[in-house]
Design a protein around this ligand. Sequence first.
Ligand SMILES: Nc1ncnc2c1ncn2[C@@H]1O[C@H](COP(=O)(O)OP(=O)(O)OP(=O)(O)O)[C@@H](O)[C@H]1O
Length: 745
Amino acid sequence: MNLDSIAETMQKHPALAGLGKLAPRKRVPVLVQLEAADCGPTSLQMVLAYHGLEVRLDELRVATGCNRDGVNALSLVQCARDYGLSARGVRIELDDLRHLDPASILHWGFAHFVVFESITGDKVHIVDPAVGRRELTLEEVSESFTGVALLFEVQDGFQKGKLDKPLRSYLKKTLRGSNDWLRVIAMSVVLQLCGLILPFINGRVVDRVIPHADRHLLLVMILGLITVALFEFFATVARSNLLLNLRTRLDAQMTLGFLDHMLSLPYSFFQRRHAGDLMMRLNSNAQIREILSSGVLSGAIDGLLVVVYLALLLALSWKIALVAIVLVAIEAAVCLIIRKRQQALMTSAQQKQSESESNLVELLSGIETLKTTGCEGRAAQRWSNLFVEVMNISIQRGRMSAWSDSLLHIVSTLSPFVLLIFGTYEAMAGDITLGSMFSALSFANGFITPVSNLVGLFTQFQLVGVYIDRIEDVMSTEKEQIRTDLRMAPRLQGGIHVDNVSFRYGPKSKLVVQNVSLSIQPRQSVALVGRSGSGKSTLAALLAGLYTPTEGKISYDGMNLADLHLPSLRRQIGIVIQRPYVFGTSIRSNITQGDSSIELHAVERAARAAVIHDDILEMPMGYETPLTAGGGTLSGGQRQRLALAGALLKKPPILLLDEATSALDNLTERAVHENIDRLGCTRIIIAHRLSTIRRADVILVMQDGVLVEQGNHRSLLELGGVYASLVAAQTSEGEAYDFSMEGAA
Ligand SMILES: Nc1ncnc2c1ncn2[C@@H]1O[C@H](COP(=O)(O)OP(=O)(O)OP(=O)(O)O)[C@@H](O)[C@H]1O
């Protein structure tokens, strides 16, 4: 990116001189990043929102080409231009911040972006997507600001727009089609009406029963009270049962719906996310369900009837009603004041927690590497840093809650006394009778208590909002296939046609596969070779439909891959990768992929073909030997052969082996390949060993994403091109043939 100095930029855009001076003070909306790598897109999201265009974060992630490592400043500039802003990067000094437009992005600590809002005296106001609004001194800014700022201006044609609120649409989707909600609401209304009877009885006892010693009326009232209490008891039990039903259904609907959706997302989605983070998002469903169904739901419904209480209170004494309203307003004000900060802290707590969870999952998955390199101490340190960050946020939240909770507590403790004092004054002045005063106090209580509960539940509502944002982030990602007219793949013959296919991983990244065209006949064996990073695995993934080609078309037996239902196709392709994952179940279950209906003799046949049968028999429990997740008790070669057995079990018409036998010794590898050749299916083999490659019918040679040569071993050697030089480099070293070696080309 070409970075001008601020002076040059000011010269080019004289209008910049007036920036920050005359413009009316408009605040940058606070949006908090959902993942560590999201700071760039989230900052841009705030800039766009500041100028009136609300854009979803996932849309911006794609538009900026954000991956697990985040984005660079240039991508943000280009993306902002795509949305109709004029954007440029400038290099500025600290003092130049005074001339900066609000909603400019500052490059922060080399790995972060924040949004500049304003500067007053020595105080710089920024919005940090990780924590929210911050006020820093110039000195503090100088510690983190790298000097690079991104400036944005609205251009002609910039279109403003608003987004639907996810909370509303999510709840609508989840609650739709359920009558239980209506029943719970009806029950709550009935319970509230029962509650209304008590204040009346209070008033009547004081005004009628006591002065006239009316025992008959007292008896009637006692009977009425018992009836109401019994009714209330049964209504409460019924409501609790209904809520229990709702909880269970919500759980199934939300958690399974989320999991189903997540699993239907494209492979690229999982490459951008950490397992720990996704696990936390999945668990968020349970948290939302818990908050919705316990307390908040009934609290919210009970709260609906506060209006009735208020109306009755107003009818009895507007003065007591006014006092009650003021008390409620104080509680609401406390909540409003801390709302934004609480929300930002909750979001960043979620983000930090998911980082620490992901880190822990990674730490445990990579324990072998950590142990062998003796780096477990450093890994523990890194996790403890994240853990401390989580704790720090929780301390900040705790401190804020300590103040607000204490304030709310004192208001709710004093409320009855304040009301009693006012009521007594009213009664002494003769404005209301003693009985009416008691009734009024009960109504005031009926008004204040649910509102206080709601205020108390407000934090939980906020938490629901945070959870929903994180769930929406997944739910709004488009499924791998959304068309409804897809064809189920029929039994494949094994013919594959690749027509001018190109592919890039992100909208801004370079092509890793370029204009590749090839034809593979049924039962043919094809070897894919080339140096490391030349695009072989990417091409294989394209064939499996794991990625969609940026350009071009892939067909199976003349059927366009894009028109086929992918799982039905993939079930017919035996795909084995270099480092297959071993699940923490038995050997047999790993081979059958959990399908218990497959007979043992079929499993054994596949294991023999993959040359792992003898190894399995030597294990303590044979095919039932339990394995640990990740397959720590197996050798690398055994893991590969286990995966191969799983692939061969399906008798697939097409086998796609991506360095799937790289960990085997030459003899075992040869035996495996001889077995595979006998199956007579189409074979696409990515390999580095000459012995594996030379037996293929066709060898495809890739270089920098381009298919540069194709033919058989002999014809390619005669051609004297890339393949021949790869072979020459290998054979001159007299080592096992490995195309990935540096300088092999
Ligand atoms: N998920 C991804 N996101 C972005 N870039 C990727 C991704 N996967 C691979 N690449 C890049 O695409 C290029 C081709 O990678 P690919 O794995 O297809 O090469 P390869 O020929 O199979 O290499 P090797 O022989 O080392 O396995 C590389 O530059 C790699 O860095």
